[in-house]
Design a binder for this molecule. Sequence first.
Ligand code: GLN
Length: 451
Amino acid sequence: DHFLSAIEKHDGQINAYITVTPEPARKAARAADALLAEGDAPALCGLPLGVKDLFCTSGTKTTAASNILRDFVPPYESTVTSNLLADGAIFLGKTNLDEFAMGSTNMTSAFGPVTNPWRRAGSDAKLVPGGSSGGSAAAVAAGLALGTTGTDTGGSIRQPAAYCGITGVKPTYGRCSRYGTIAFASSLDQAGPMARTLEDCAILLESMAGFDPRDSTSVDRPVPRYEDALERGAKGLRVGIPREYRTDTLPEEIAALWDEGIAWLRDAGAEIVDVSLPHTKYGLPTYYIAALAEASSNLARYDGVRFGARVEADTLDELYEATRHAGFGEEVRRRILMGTYVLSSGYYDAYYLRAQKVRTLIQRDFLSAFETVDVLLTPTAPSAAFAHEERPTDPVQIYLNDIFTVPASMAGVPALSLPAGLDRSGLPLGLQLIGRYFEEETLFAAGRVME
Ligand code: GLN
């Protein structure tokens, strides 16, 4: 009741939710009360969460923030959300995002932009929450959910977490099942938790993660009790500082905060090591080839016949064209066009194949760095949240915002963002920790020292 009335009171201004489900939530709360009274409660019993509207929820509208799925009600539940439900979680509703998770501002949603609950000191300007999991981040920051699910293809959990002053974890690719999560770029998409603290994220991730035979890239490894890693400390940990991330355009206050983070880890007994990830500068261009190629293929299914919206027309080709033109927003259309282009005959070798090769080089950068260090520390994003009106109109300028988050996604290694301080105008800034495959526990241990 507390969270539902907070949503009713404040979400008109924030727009973190696309759909709120008060009735099922209250019913689940009554069931949770009964279990708690019996003393037989599962781990997340009664905890009210928000679910990014990219996870299929059986019987509850799932839109991907797109007009093409505006009225789509899935007949089945995603594995991640079924895991949370099985552990007793209550869903308050579905949170807003960039359309099909394509973006880093939450301004491409067909359900309107999300407003970051934070403001610059002395200013009323409305700020973006980051994206694509902007609704999930804003909901946690504004107290409209205890925790939320996010998905991260190139930074969509970590960057909005940083912009909204919360914690977000992108696990190793393959750690959480993709079954029932609407696909953007299948070789990169990964679900993860967003919450106030690392402890909350650890508890949520333990529930969300696990092998799933219905996702061919899900990895069959036991899920650790991530909470147990929180008190390990950072003594003896080797922390790498990748020098390529110290770009010429990095704002001074972000560089200063990064140095502070280095000092916190050093004070906790970690050894700080300068490392090089030489292919960092190719991260963004190769991501925006690989991700768009996969997106153009994944989004071919929205044809007006099988799913969602349809615009009637005389011929089948016209039906496809009219449906897809009306159903997809500008950014999604741009990405389908570019993705189709880089996969087309004659350009495939020059773009897509080459990007795949460079992706391997990026992966090797991380593998060789992790021969000498246990974890990497970097800023999460090159800026704090910016105002809705300040959003660059050139898409490439927006893509540049993903510069620090994309490489870990391309390699598939785990990474998290935690709130590390405020900038001059009082806005939160995040620091990112990147770890070895399936060593999320090391991230939780190192992160805890900086909380
Ligand atoms: N901002 C990136 C993009 O637009 C990442 C999005 C994501 O991680 N889903 O593709």
